[in-house]
Design a binder for this molecule. Structure first.
Ligand SMILES: Cc1ncc(COP(=O)(O)O)c(C=O)c1O
Length: 410
């Protein structure tokens, strides 16, 4: 079947909740993917910052196959060797003392929310239930994570939201100070707002937020679902500010494309979720954890975090050059860090049309925050691949004609 035939079946049999582009992928290798008609694409999106070691890395593929032939699932009624090994590895690579495993970013953030409340409950501080997150944040689609998400469009028609969650403007320490009080269980922030348009928090903001929480007896937590696992050129983005959160949510790149989420916590709050208080059937299943262990081995051998740092600098320079080009009216501002970068598009241009044209010319990127082309390639991407992809982006931007009067509201 070709793309069109698959799409026709999809429209009859899939729910229709996604705005997927009209192309059906069937295979991938490294930074390249291929659709069902054999057309090849350079993937600078990586399944939204997930395919950390590149598509179908042979070591990851064989680790999954080997584990699938040994033990796939046992549940948390018992222990399994792979989850224990992974937790131990992560405690060595991060400042966190204990780990919890789940299946997605939303679930990891649900865990942050529940952990924050339950921790204070266990301390005998029952009124401390308020959760503070940022406007323009994205934390996932389940009800708790959706409530934490500071973007009304995702909540439309889904109310009522979970109670006692408040939002503050991102980056505004005074606004945060005005909200954090003796009822605050936790402040939860992304170090870089990915879905919000690739907007970085300054180190001072994160350090200030940490201090406000300390002074008020609240917990400070980071959602590193998009920024974690080498994406910004550090294993965790928190390293750029030196801030140590009480807990941190991870997912996306952790198992290279296999579904897995995690929460790391410091020793201090590690008793916050007592036995029976939280869990999930698949969480920490041996198959996902074997994949995550293979990802760590590949990270080490291929020095992928270092590569993300180095190639990320190159990507940033190239994007700044596009943004600074006076003949490129569509490109406004280069943002982000490491291999999580964005190029904001002038209001007179239609980002969706630019994205589609870039895709037609064989390069995959995504849109964040409505008007930002987001670049989140596999961490193994090379400078040549970045140059190849950006040459296409540049040609599309150069040929783009404004379709809206600048400043118009539609
Ligand atoms: C920062 C952040 N948190 C949470 C999520 C939700 O993760 P998932 O889609 O795996 O539930 C995302 C997804 O884009 C994210 O970027």
């Amino acid at each position: 079947m070709n793309n069109e035939q698959f799409l026709s079946v999809a429209s009859q049999s899939l729910l229709g909740n996604y705005r997927s582009a009209p192309v059906v992928f069937t295979r991938g290798k490294g930074c390249r993917v291929e659709d069902v008609e054999g057309k090849k694409y350079l993937d600078l999106c990586a399944g939204i910052a997930v395919v950390s070691v590149g598509h179908c890395h042979p070591e990851l593929t064989s680790a999954i196959a080997e584990q699938a032939g040994r033990l796939m699932h046992i549940s948390n009624l018992f222990w399994n060797d792979r989850a224990i090994e992974l937790a131990q590895q992560l405690t060595k690579r991060t400042p966190f003392a204990k780990f919890y495993f789940c299946n997605s970013g939303a679930e990891a953030n649900e865990t942050l929310l529940k952990l924050a409340r339950r921790y204070h409950f266990e301390q005998g501080d029952k009124p401390r239930t308020k959760i503070i997150t940022a406007l323009a944040s994205f934390h996932g689609r389940s009800m708790g994570a959706l409530t934490m998400t500071g973007q009304a469009k995702y909540q439309e028609g889904m109310g009522p939201m979970v109670g006692d969650v408040e939002h503050v403007p991102f980056g505004d320490l005074a606004a945060l100070r005005a909200k954090v009080d003796a009822r605050t269980a936790a402040v939860i922030l992304e170090p870089v707002q990915g879905e919000g348009g690739v907007v970085s928090a300054t180190p001072d903001y994160l350090r200030g937020a940490r201090k406000l929480c300390d002074d008020a007896g609240a917990l400070f937590m980071l959602d590193e679902v998009q920024t974690g696992y080498g994406r910004t050129g550090r294993f965790l983005a928190r390293e750029w500010s030196g801030v140590l959160p009480d807990a941190c949510a991870l997912a996306k790149g952790i198992a290279g494309g296999f579904p897995l989420g995690a929460v790391g916590v410091t020793e201090r709050i590690s008793k916050g979720l007592p036995p029976g208080s939280h869990g999930t059937t698949y969480g920490g299943n041996p198959l996902a954890c074997a994949a995550a262990l293979a990802v760590l081995r590949i990270f080490d051998r291929e020095k992928l975090v270092e590569n993300a740092d180095r190639i990320g600098v190159h990507l940033g320079e190239r994007l700044r050059a596009l943004a600074g080009d006076p003949n490129l009216a569509a490109a406004v501002e280069a943002r982000g860090i490491g291999l999580l970068r964005g190029l904001s598009i002038a209001p007179a241009f239609e980002p969706g049309a630019l994205l589609a044209e870039i895709r037609k010319r064989g390069v995959l990127v995504s849109i964040a925050g409505g008007n930002v082309l987001r670049f989140s390639p596999p961490l193994c991407v090379t400078a040549d691949e970045i140059d190849e992809g950006l040459a296409v982006v540049e040609s599309v931007l150069r040929e783009a004609t404004p379709i809206k009067a600048a400043g118009s509201r539609s």
